[in-house]
Design a protein. Structure first.
Length: 507
């Protein structure tokens, strides 16, 4: 390690233990490819984010925002598995229609499909969080005054975006920059020689010089992106943040539409029916004569490549999938909340961890404890806290700069009182919505670790594993992945709509 570190100032990262080729050219080429792909995915992310929150901006700028929104569209798009979306795009748009290359990295046209596969779920997640934050900005006195004096709706909309974007910008670091290191599955499907794929292959082959250099490149990228995002946040907030005159954002008392209650009940009933029906069947019975059968009365969701009933595997895997994902999400959110409350100490680790793939952490933990579902859960927790820490630090910074905090301090309020009565109530609801939007992503990350042999081992049924092991048959037998994907979508919609119902008339 000391020899490797000593050569870095000279641009010498050693040679690969596998191929004998110099490491720096390999990592440099892979990094340039990943950065180019990240730019394309970022453009798609911004576009999808704008489309998700366009209705709220339009209604809020015209003072017509009366009903609360659940963000169902954002939840559906955010829960789409990136590797499944990549497979569908490669098959339909690349092979069947021939619009874009389905494999390789030959030019700008090769960016389109992988950028869509990476950007659509990321944009939906960011758009859902922004869509939930905008009503509070439109409810502030400045927005009502601007509308009363006749300012254009576009001016009011831009003001609301400027008011809410600083709280969302830290999510760009773990959501978009992580596309460089976390796009391993998409890079493999489209055969893209990116940095995430290089890091994974070097870790599997135990090629330490390549792995060290790739990890260092990811860490430096995270630090640089974090500095840029912090500068942009401070530019948007301006003097109110420095002077402690930033008003706190509070959601208005919007009514919850009746259709949302019916939709939540329908999702819960559908999920309960699927799980109950699946539990009555045998998930491990193999029948090679019935492999890849289409849905029928005997097999309502069809069978997989080994002839096992998909409804049975879906039902038996529901409790395990939901339980592990909820535990991982809760641990990551609580860890992020605690670390985000100490922003000076956690800023550097947050920027570094946000760019590291969970696969690398999974390899390290599996090497110590062996492959297991809880080892995979620990690996996701190790890297999964960074989005929540970044969000907590950003929201607390804005809340501490608000006038009512200064007034409370002047009246003698202590730190514990401020934390319990002002700071935590302003952070926890937004953090909870973020966690619920990321719940399906947690399921899929656990699935990717299981697919690589680091998590849940076959033949145990688990939703993410069902998607991973049936993904090669998506073109021949699409029903093998439609069932698990639909279950993930229903779970995501249920979580998001349930949080809106629990919020009631306002926060």
């Amino acid at each position: 390690l000391a020899h490797w570190l000593g050569g870095l100032p000279r641009g010498d990262a050693g040679v690969s233990w596998v191929s004998g080729a110099p490491v720096m050219p390999q990592v440099g080429t892979a990094l340039s490819v990943s950065l180019t792909l990240m730019l394309g995915a970022f453009a798609v992310t911004v576009l999808v984010t704008g489309l998700v929150c366009a209705r709220t901006v339009l209604l809020g700028s015209r003072r017509r925002l009366r009903q609360d929104r659940a963000g169902t569209t954002a939840a559906v798009l955010a829960s789409l598995p990136k590797f499944l979306l990549a497979s569908v795009l490669a098959t339909v748009c690349g092979v069947w229609w021939g619009w874009f290359p389905s494999s390789g990295w030959e030019g700008p046209q090769s960016m389109v499909l992988p950028s869509l596969a990476l950007g659509i779920p990321s944009g939906a997640m960011l758009g859902g969080m922004l869509d939930q934050a905008l009503p509070a900005a439109f409810h502030e006195p400045w927005a009502r005054t601007a509308y009363a004096v006749g300012l254009p709706s576009g001016h009011i909309g831009r003001g609301a975006l400027r008011r809410t974007l600083p709280g969302l910008l830290p999510q760009l670091l773990p959501t978009v920059v992580a596309l460089v290191g976390g796009a391993v599955a998409v890079e493999k499907i489209f055969n893209i020689p990116g940095l995430g794929r290089l890091a994974l292959e070097s870790a599997v082959a135990q090629d330490l010089p390549v792995l060290q250099t790739a990890t260092l490149a990811l860490a430096l990228l995270g630090v640089a992106a974090g500095i840029l995002i912090r500068a942009l946040r401070h530019a948007l907030l301006g003097r109110p943040l420095r002077d402690g005159a930033l008003p706190a954002l509070h959601r208005p008392p919007l009514t919850v539409p009746r259709s949302l209650r019916w939709g939540t009940a329908a999702c819960a009933l559908l999920l309960l029916t699927l799980v109950t029906a699946g539990l009555l069947r045998d998930p491990l019975q193999v029948d090679t004569a019935a492999r890849l059968l289409s849905p029928s009365g005997e097999h309502p969701l069809g069978t997989d490549a080994l002839g096992r009933d998909l409804l049975a595997r879906l039902g038996h895997g529901a409790l395990r999938t939901a339980w592990v994902a909820l535990v991982v999400t809760a641990v990551s959110a609580v860890t992020g909340l605690l670390l985000g409350m100490a922003p000076r100490a956690s800023a550097g680790p947050t920027e570094v961890v946000s760019t590291l793939p969970a696969v690398l952490a999974g390899l390290l933990i599996a090497g110590v404890t062996g492959p297991s579902v809880w080892g995979a859960a620990c690996a996701v927790c190790v890297v999964g806290w960074s989005p929540y820490a970044a969000q907590t630090a950003a929201l607390l910074e804005q809340e501490r700069a608000s006038g009512h905090i200064a007034a409370s301090v002047a009246l003698g309020a202590g730190r514990l009182h401020l934390l319990r009565r002002h700071l935590l109530p302003s952070v926890v609801p937004a953090l909870l919505r973020n966690a619920l939007l990321r719940l399906p992503t947690t399921v899929l990350v656990l699935a990717s670790l299981g697919f690589l042999g680091l998590g849940e081992q076959p033949p145990t049924p688990e939703w993410g594993r069902l998607l991973s092991e049936n993904q090669p048959y998506a073109e021949l037998a699409p029903w093998t992945v439609l069932g698990p994907a639909a279950a993930l979508v229903v779970l995501s919609v249920l979580a998001v709509t349930g949080s809106v119902l629990g919020r009631g008339k306002g926060e």
